[in-house]
Ligand binder design. Structure first.
Ligand code: PHE
Length: 481
């Protein structure tokens, strides 16, 4: 059964895709990664990666969604059948569903921290706090399983509720309300940071290129970030793409998504670093940048508590608009495949993510040093989830690129992309060769550092991938009826 949902307006897909793309990746992850990897140098490799890997795979993913008009799993089943390719390609759908489940489970826990900080800022709890107090506040949040569970539950329930209301009544309405509000808040924060922070220092840090800062690690981080921030390899854009009206130009829309997403990351990065430098704090704090350094910067500035609260509302809103795009593909699959109601399907996905999220919650406290995961794998549940993300998203993206590049016909692609022959060939060359090679390189590069237990996992993945590819190419060379 194909989907009956189509976005109400031509532009709604763009709104939804930007809602999915802009999230913790832009506001939390991009600034701290840039901070850790030398600012301008990171930005340079990040933009190059976006162009050769991010944009082509983004287009491929939307293309597969729109041409199948189904949820990712059913869509890949349909496309592999109609293109006489191996059914192994359906694993794109399963991989992306697994990635959505895992990412949302810990995404929701982190977004929950923002709920806590909104509350702390609003109540003025951090006014005049010193660095030690702010840092210990974050530590005691992490040490409390009940608080973390409360915020995680609130966040995931709100996201589930929106998706449960339906594509039009829930997702579209929520995005129409939230996205403009988020834009206004972002501009307010930017203005505030220009007035009270040190914007020249931030611009200098983020935009000046020190060639000596270029590093391989930075490039790896940039690659991971481009997948994460564009919501690639998780079926989110495939599911949203399935609702995209046929008339809207896919290539132009994809370009708009990337430009807006990057602009938001840059504005957030500039604003955050301006505040951090204004308060003479360390830009290379890592993941704690948003939850320890930034609150400290706010406490030192006029009206900082209020603006800080507004900032964390922005974080929550951006995270919700991303979270709903992780629930939608799996929920749509359950509706299509098992004929469940939307409410039932969303409840299944949300409760599964909630349960899995508890593992992350406990990894910060009760299991902080001693857990079943530590014993078996020597990392925490939270780290394991993160690691799986870095395997599943690129792997899903790689397969999406290969399928879209090799299995779809020229005519099909042209119909969707509505672009010139030159661009079509450039895109096809990128998804056929360049993006897969770049992603494969990342996997290979990871091998010397990986723990022993991952080798069988990666081995299995490579074998399945090779099998799928060989079946596809065989299928391609069979005479078509
Ligand atoms: N793109 C989102 C962000 O930057 C995260 C996300 C990943 C959302 C995958 C959906 C799918 O925060």
């Amino acid at each position: 059964m194909s989907t009956n949902n189509i976005w109400t307006h031509k532009g709604t897909f763009l709104l939804a895709a930007v809602g999915s793309a802009v999230g913790l990746g832009n506001l939390w992850r991009f600034p701290y990664l840039a901070g850790e990897n030398g600012g301008g140098a990171f930005l340079l490799v990040y933009i190059v990666t976006l162009c050769i890997v991010g944009v082509p795979i983004l287009i491929a993913e939307i293309l597969l969604g729109r041409s199948s008009r189904r949820s990712p799993i059913m869509g890949m089943r349909f496309l592999s059948r109609t293109h006489k390719a191996s059914r192994a390609w359906e694993s794109i759908g399963w991989l992306s569903a697994a990635a959505a489940l895992i990412i949302l489970s810990f995404y929701s826990v982190i977004a929950g921290w923002a709920l806590h900080y909104t509350w702390r800022m609003l109540t003025g709890a951090l006014i005049d706090a010193d660095a030690a107090t702010v840092a210990s506040g974050f530590e005691s949040l992490l040490a409390s399983p009940s608080l973390l569970t409360l915020y995680h539950t609130l966040f995931i329930a709100a996201s589930g509720l929106i998706v449960g209301l339906g594509v039009h009544r829930g997702i579209e309405n929520a995005l129409r309300l939230m996205m403009p509000a988020l834009l206004v808040i972002l501009l307010v924060i930017l203005t505030y940071s220009v007035m009270h922070g040190d914007m020249p220092a931030a611009a200098d840090f983020l935009l000046t290129l020190q060639l000596s800062d270029l590093s391989f690690e930075g490039w790896l981080a940039a690659m991971g970030q481009s997948f994460f921030t564009l919501s690639l390899g998780m079926g989110a854009l495939m599911a949203y793409g399935a609702y995209m009206p046929g008339k809207a130009s896919l290539s132009r829309t994809a370009l708009a998504i990337v430009i807006i997403d990057t602009a938001v990351a840059l504005i957030a990065g500039l604003a955050i670093f301006a505040l951090v430098f204004g308060a003479e704090l360390d830009p290379a704090e890592g993941p704690g940048l948003m939850f320890t350094t930034l609150p400290l910067a706010f406490t030192e500035m006029p009206g900082g508590s209020l603006i800080g609260a507004v900032f964390f509302v922005l974080v929550i809103g951006a995270a919700i608009s991303s979270a709903i795009s992780m629930i939608e593909p799996v929920a749509a699959f359950l509706v299509e495949r098992f004929d469940l109601s939307r409410a039932q399907s969303v409840a299944i996905m949300t409760i599964a993510c909630w349960g899995l999220g508890l593992l992350s919650v406990f990894s910060f406290n009760v299991w902080a040093s001693d857990s079943p995961f530590h014993a078996a794998l020597s990392i925490s549940a939270f780290e394991l989830m993160e690691l799986l993300t870095h395997i599943l998203m690129p792997l899903g993206g790689l397969m999406v690129a290969l399928f879209a590049g090799w299995a779809l016909t020229h005519g099909e692609i042209m119909k969707e992309l509505q672009t010139s022959e030159g661009w079509l060939h450039t895109w096809r060359f990128l998804v056929r060769f360049v993006s897969p090679a770049a992603v494969a390189f990342i996997f290979l590069r990871a091998i010397p550092q990986i723990e022993g237990y991952l080798i069988p996992l990666i081995g299995a993945v490579v074998i399945v991938g090779a099998f799928a590819a060989s079946r596809l190419f065989r299928a391609e060379h069979q005479p078509k009826h």
